[in-house]
Ligand binder design. Structure first.
Ligand SMILES: NC(=O)c1ccc[n+]([C@@H]2O[C@H](COP(=O)([O-])OP(=O)(O)OC[C@H]3O[C@@H](n4cnc5c(N)ncnc54)[C@H](O)[C@@H]3O)[C@@H](O)[C@H]2O)c1
Length: 435
């Protein structure tokens, strides 16, 4: 929050008024908010990094969440994506969008420039390959963060996210994840009951994410390899993490939720790419079937696919010693818990506000009131489970939690530049070496 910006009649407060108290109050490792509670009229400046579909949606929800929110800076590797997003947001929100030309940044260093532009909160919504680095920079700059899922595409990246999440906790800055079902009221009611023991001990979870393929963009003569991959990022493992990490990780996350956010001991998978062809389809698979196993013998079965003209589904069946939960991700009114002793089934009867809006309502409320949101622990377990499932599918071999937590395979290039990329290699189970 800079002291030079126009106030437009909005009362100014010093948002950093809690800072001095942090030094005095941070005893015995207790996390204290960097910012104290604020009043409703304070201005909160938001920066958006990654101005595509989700980033634009998240910026829209941030503005809707709180009357003091201003969209202040935007960054995207491509100026055309930024302009598209900016045009729509301006149309929807008028002067709440204060992204003057000098705060519109393109290129790989757009993240640095957004962080340096005086924002208080940053929304990270690029392809996930960049997330560990962007998140580390945002937290080092003491920004509050809304961080889209997934948080990394490889384990060195995810370990960095774990450290960064701890740093955010220690310094008292917000870290909210884009695992949106955690912010969905029907799911909260269902998994809340499950975590409270309504179904007894959970013995198995079956989750599906069955949908169609995502769109592609044809190569044009002006595109370098890097441009081509960025414009088709969902189809390149280093950028997206493959479908199980990029998309079905929502189902993995709900499985993790049902199991009380406890990591599995190991997993085995079979996977492949039956229907993907063409350079735009990159190196990712189009289906995975994973068996997760927990120490107590519980099993989680995840199937996901992206194939056209097939039946779609996004549901979770959670079986415990006292009953079964049927949770419909796309039709929450049908979700129910059924009990073995014949007692009446449990259904959620409350409202179903937009879960993406709820995320931002809760984030900005926490900022206002000085509460601390930190989704770091469970969001990184869910991402590690996704990467573990992918690696088990690629390699064809059972992978333990310890092995995945120690995986050294780095797939994101350390130097980002436009130009050539190495030829892609499509993993073959039984041949691909997990490391
Ligand atoms: N929570 C959800 O339900 C949900 C839904 C959709 C997408 N997502 C997640 O949101 C993220 C973005 O997905 P999307 O659908 O908006 O994709 P998108 O392609 O629409 O947008 C991504 C944007 O990031 C930009 N970009 C790429 N690399 C960048 C870099 N290094 N620096 C700055 N900008 C960069 C791209 O040019 C593009 O404009 C992904 O992690 C995706 O998994 C989450």
């Amino acid at each position: 929050m800079s002291s030079t910006e126009p106030t437009k009649g909005i009362a100014r407060r010093d948002f950093v008024k809690g800072t001095a108290a942090v030094g005095a109050g941070s005893v015995a490792g207790l996390a204290m908010p960097v910012w104290g509670a604020t009043t409703a009229n304070d201005r909160i400046k938001v920066g958006l990094v990654g101005c595509g579909g989700r980033g634009t949606g998240a910026a829209n929800q941030a503005i809707n969440a709180d009357p003091g929110v201003m969209l202040w800076a935007m960054g995207d590797v491509y100026a055309d994506r930024l302009q598209n997003s900016l045009g729509g947001l301006k149309q929807a929100h008028g002067n709440r969008v204060m992204v003057d030309q000098e705060r519109q940044f393109s290129g790989f260093d757009a993240i640095d420039k957004v962080l340096d532009s005086g924002v208080d909160v940053v929304i990270l919504a690029t392809p996930p390959g960049f997330r560990p680095d962007h998140l580390a920079k945002a937290v080092a700059a003491k920004k509050h963060v809304f961080c889209e899922k997934p948080m990394a595409t490889d384990m060195p990246g995810l370990r960095k996210v774990m450290e960064t999440a701890q740093q955010a906790k220690n310094q008292g800055t917000q870290l909210m994840s884009g695992f949106c079902w955690r912010y969905s009221m029907p799911e909260r009611a269902m998994y809340g009951e499950i975590n409270d023991g309504a179904l007894g001990e959970i013995e198995s979870v079956h989750s599906t994410y069955h949908t169609g393929p995502l769109g592609t963009r044809a190569r044009t003569p002006d595109m370098t390899d890097m441009d081509f991959q960025l414009r088709n990022w969902q189809h390149f493992n280093w950028l997206s993490g493959d479908i199980i990490v990029e998309q079905a990780v929502h189902s993995v996350d709900k499985m993790n939720w049902a199991m009380g956010n406890r990591p599995p001991a190991k997993c085995t998978a079979m996977a492949g790419r039956g229907l993907r062809n063409g350079a735009e389809r990159g190196d990712i698979f189009d289906h995975f079937a994973v068996i997760y196993e927990w120490d107590n013998g519980a099993r989680g079965f995840l199937t996901c696919r992206q194939q056209a003209n097939c039946s779609n589904d996004n549901s979770d069946w959670v079986a415990g010693t006292k009953g079964v939960g049927f949770i419909e991700g796309w039709a929450p009114r049908k979700s129910r818990l059924v009990f073995a002793d014949g007692s009446p089934e449990f259904r959620y009867k409350g409202g179903t506000p937009n879960m993406y809006q709820t995320e931002h309502n809760e984030l900005f409320k926490a900022i206002r009131e000085g509460d601390l949101v930190n989704d770091g622990d469970w969001m990184t377990v869910s991402c590690a489970m996704g990467i573990m499932g992918r690696e088990a599918g690629y390699s064809g071999r059972t992978i333990t939690w310890e092995e995945i937590m120690n995986s050294e395979r780095e797939i994101v290039p350390s130097k980002l530049e436009f130009g050539d990329r190495p030829p892609i290699e499509i993993p073959a189970p039984g041949v691909y070496q997990f490391s």
